[in-house]
Design a protein around this ligand. Structure first.
Ligand SMILES: [Fe+2]
Length: 147
């Protein structure tokens, strides 16, 4: 039972990071204004990081003997984060990314706890590592918004 929950959590996180990846690429392409150069580069850094996390989550599932969700359709059905095809302001883009990372950290900390209880150290370490690093990113994004 717990094992199935961990597999499901990993698949949902993979899907969430795919949505975040697409959102960050859209923001990278469409951000405008005096903050363009900094945010254009920051969104690229963050979507590169999201892509690495998708890969790590898929490979953790594979290592557990589970087939990861392979299509965008399947991933979108699993994702808890929402896509953004709109035209938010530069500040709203940063706010949206900070919110999504906060949501992800809630899911990651829950997975970290479940994996620890199940004795799955690899999943626990993966979730903890992602969440720890993202806490710093969230702080930076919030510092940007408070400037
Ligand atoms: Fe680019």
């Amino acid at each position: 039972m717990k094992t199935a929950q961990i597999d499901q959590d990993l698949a949902k996180l993979l899907a969430d990071y795919q949505v975040l990846y697409a959102k960050l690429r859209a923001y990278h392409w469409t951000v405008t204004g005096p903050l363009f150069f900094g945010l254009h580069a920051k969104f690229e850094e963050l979507y590169d990081d999201a892509a690495l996390k998708v890969d790590a989550l898929a490979e953790r599932l594979a290592a557990r003997g589970v087939r990861p969700p392979l299509t965008l359709k399947d991933q979108l059905a699993l994702a808890r984060l929402a896509e953004d095809g709109g035209h938010p302001s530069a500040n709203d883009m940063v706010r949206n990314v900070a919110t999504d990372l906060g949501t992800l950290n809630g899911s990651l900390r829950a997975l970290e706890k479940a994996a620890a209880e199940a004795g799955d150290a690899a999943t626990q370490n993966l979730a903890q590592g992602f969440a720890d690093a993202q806490e710093k990113t969230i702080w930076m994004l919030k510092a940007f918004l408070n400037g």
